[in-house]
Design a protein around this ligand. Structure first.
Ligand code: ADP
Ligand code: ZN
Length: 614
């Protein structure tokens, strides 16, 4: 391993080693904070550039930075990428052979490693703590720090024990990093890690390049999904999150039938297959991963062009984090979600029937409500999303479904009165499917048994479709005019119902689009989703493909994903700038000194041969 350019200052390292021209907001300040031995809380959205905040101090200062990271895949990726930059990084995890582990441990003890990545369970074992005691420790970096919050959406009990680190090694500064933390999660992180005195570095959570679309669709979700995916060129990589393992496999098979490369990923698949599918997703183009939420924590792929959800995530944090895996490279990306009422009610029931403690149930319920509120909101999605994280944006974003095509509303007062009155007259204990039957005058056996064909609301909604009434109930629930009974999934009235039901207060109903789960856009190659190919001329396309082909050869040889060599954006800059010397090539963003030396001559040659006439 080469030693990194040490002794230089942070900016020199950023430029020389990482190949970036300037720091992003807060990066420099966080680096300085850690370099002077103080604790740091770093909150930046996915793709915001958190890693540099501890990597640069680790490279600049003597001693070993210990990085705690929950997933093995993530660790291996980061270490591979760092080694390509000439940084002395290594990881320790349970998948390694003992001899390999001993070698890393010896290197670390002898001071040959600047960055050591360790999984929490390994770190906190007796052997792990004993190893730490023998190292010259520079800092701890706790990645995905929200995992230690019970309130957070991704709680890992192992993470709570990280408090031990602070007790055992009180003098070592600590960086807690996460891409998702509302105020409460933030407090818990600070408390568990005993970091009351930490400096805070908080970047806006806005991901302007992601376009959000959330649509209801009780039936035909899959067709809607297909219309969405079909709007993307085949080389686009994407993730489709499904609620169950069965759905995952089903959807993968179905998309494959339609000619896409779709691979399943869930915790029930053999490790081997999971690893293989993940590797294909990372290394090939145009792979769609259909997955449960078990997938993604460790994914560092910058050019995921879309994330689709078949079904509602359990919280806004989860939604934000999952969609955040799209478009880390900053190029346009799509987040698409289709949700149904039935599944929301099941979700609620699942929460109630789980053996969670009451407080936890309440938290889960609130989180689901907030997520439902986002789904049903008629205003700018981004503003709702960001206000959940405490950011108030004054203007609409112009890059979400509601901004792009504002939903139509109509006077829904009468429909609301019918729907609510039906709830009331049937005794506030029936679920939506039953209520809709009453409204539409469908005499099923159960209905007759309860004599609900005799009540006033029977059949008053016969003129409207099932999905219309589903939509009405969903909007009533989201607006708090009806509540779902936790035990049986029955609907009941709330204090907000009365002004509409009795007082006749006007209630706006959002009218579903003509095609309920409508297409995102017509399939065309120049669609914004095709970025970063955007605006490439035909000649440039060819050269781009050749540069990519060469990158793939290098990547295979080195056993790393292609983007670890160069991002697409860097290749595009290359073909635009047509550098003729290593020096000129080095000016391009994403090309640091090490990469310039290793890969530069090859790429220069490719570029030069293209520039020759004929
Ligand atoms: P996070 O951990 O916050 O999700 P990463 O640290 O993985 O994000 O960085 C995301 C991407 O942004 C990486 O490709 C990284 O090289 C790039 N990046 C980080 N800092 C900068 C910077 N100052 N200028 C340009 N690109 C940067
Ligand atoms: Zn918007």
């Amino acid at each position: 391993m080469n030693a990194p350019a040490s002794g230089s200052d942070p900016l020199e390292l950023l430029r020389g080693c990482f190949g970036h021209a300037a720091f992003r907001p807060h990066q420099r300040a966080a680096i300085d904070c850690l370099c002077t031995g103080r604790d740091a809380l770093v909150l930046m959205p996915t793709g915001g550039g958190k890693s540099i905040c501890y990597q640069i101090p680790a490279m600049l200062k003597p001693g070993c930075a210990v990085v705690v990271s929950p997933l093995i895949a993530l660790m291996e990726d980061q270490v591979k990428a760092l080694r390509q930059l000439g940084v002395s990084a290594a990881f320790l995890n349970s998948s390694m052979a003992a001899s390999q582990r001993r070698r890393v441990e010896k290197d670390a003890v002898d001071g040959r490693i600047d960055l050591l990545y360790i999984a929490p369970e390994r770190l906190l074992s007796a052997a792990g703590l004993a190893l730490l005691a023998r190292l010259s420790l520079l800092l701890f970096a706790i990645d995905e720090a929200h995992c230690l919050s019970r309130w957070g959406h991704d709680f890992r009990p192992d993470y709570l024990r990280l408090a031990t680190l602070r007790q055992r090694f009180p003098g070592v500064p600590c960086a807690a990093l996460t891409a998702t933390a509302d105020a409460r999660t933030r407090e818990e992180i600070l408390e568990v890690l005993d970091m009351a005195g930490a400096e805070h570095f908080i970047t806006s959570f806005n991901r302007p390049n992601i376009c959000y679309r959330l649509l209801p669709g009780d039936r035909n979700m899959r067709e809607a999904l297909w219309r969405f995916i079909d709007g993307h060129p085949e080389e686009d990589a994407g993730i489709v999150y499904c609620p169950t393992r069965a759905k995952v496999e089903d959807t993968a098979a179905w998309l494959s039938d339609r000619g896409r490369t779709a691979l399943p990923y869930h915790a029930g698949l053999p490790n081997e297959l999971r690893r293989e599918n993940q590797a294909r997703f990372q290394n090939e183009t145009g792979v769609i991963m259909t997955a449960t939420i078990a997938f993604g924590m460790g994914i560092d792929k910058p050019d995921v062009r879309f994330v689709a959800h078949l079904g509602i995530p359990r919280s806004i944090e989860a939604y934000y984090q999952e969609t955040g895996r799209a478009g880390r490279d900053g190029a346009p990306a799509q987040a698409w979600l289709c949700y149904g009422l039935q599944e929301i009610i099941q979700f609620r029931r699942w929460i109630e029937e789980s053996d969670l403690r009451d407080e936890r149930k309440r938290i889960e319920r609130q989180k689901l409500e907030a997520m439902l509120g986002l789904c049903e909101s008629g205003g700018c999605r981004r503003r709702v999303l960001l206000s959940y994280f405490g950011e108030n944006h004054e203007t609409d974003c112009g890059n979400c479904d509601n901004c792009l095509t504002p939903p139509r509303t109509e006077d829904g007062t009468l429909d609301a009165q019918k729907a609510l009155s039906c709830v009331y007259r049937t005794g506030q204990r029936f679920g939506v499917a039953y209520l809709v039957n009453v409204l539409r005058g469908r005499e099923d056996e159960r209905l007759l048994r309860f004599r609900h064909h005799r009540i006033k609301t029977f059949g008053v909604g016969a003129d409207r479709s099932v999905s219309h009434w589903h939509s009405v109930y969903r909007q009533l629930i989201a607006a708090g005019l009806a509540a779902v009974d936790s035990e049986h999934g029955g609907l009941r009235l709330t204090p907000l119902s009365e002004p509409v039901l009795k007082g006749g207060r006007r209630w706006e109903l959002r009218v579903p689009a003509a095609r309920p789960a409508g297409p995102v856009q017509k399939r065309k190659r120049a669609a914004p989703t095709a970025a970063p190919r955007e605006n490439l001329g035909p000649d440039e396309e060819q050269l781009f493909d050749r540069l990519r082909a060469h990158r793939l050869i290098l990547a295979k040889k080195l056993g790393v994903p292609p983007y670890v060599i160069f991002h697409d954006r860097t290749l595009i800059e290359m073909l635009r700038a047509r550098p003729r010397s290593l020096e000129e090539l080095g000016l391009i963003s994403g090309i640091g000194a090490t990469k310039l030396k290793r890969f530069g001559p090859d790429f220069l040659k490719l570029l030069a041969s293209e520039s020759e006439p004929g």
